[in-house]
Structures are given as structure tokens and as C-alpha cells.
Write a new protein. Sequence first.
Length: 82
Amino acid sequence: MVLDLTDSDGHPVDCEQVIGGYIRHAEAGPTDEAVFWAWDAVTRFIEHAPADEAWDLVVELLRRAPDAILGNIAAGPLEDLV
């Protein structure tokens, strides 16, 4: 999957790293600042990307996420997209 994801400084980041980081952040909770950047990248992408690209990211997050964090994705990126 190739999506135009950036960090908070606008630098391109790898989609695989963002998805993995987002999942790690959701599993660890908001106290894990080491992967907060991935949550931020997903949030900004959902807010600013074309809807079809944002949808692709949400679907990929849902596909890869363990069952325990599906609610985080549903109440986060999916809800923000809808």
C-alpha cells in the first residue's frame, strides 16, 4: 500500500511504519509517547487526504489490528472519516 503519509514536520513516512506504530500505540495506550507520531500521522491523514485514500488506510488498519484494538480504530480513524 502506498499512501502519502507525513510526520508532524511534513516529512514523508513509510506507510508500513505508520500502521505498525498506530497499532503499537493503540495496544500500549496514550502513555507510549514513542509511537505517538504514528497516531498523529493517521489522524492528520484521515483529516486531510482524499476520502478514498483515507478509507484505504482505515481498511488496512482494521485488517491488521488484533481484535483487542478494533474499537480504537472504530472510535478513532473510522469515526473521523465517516
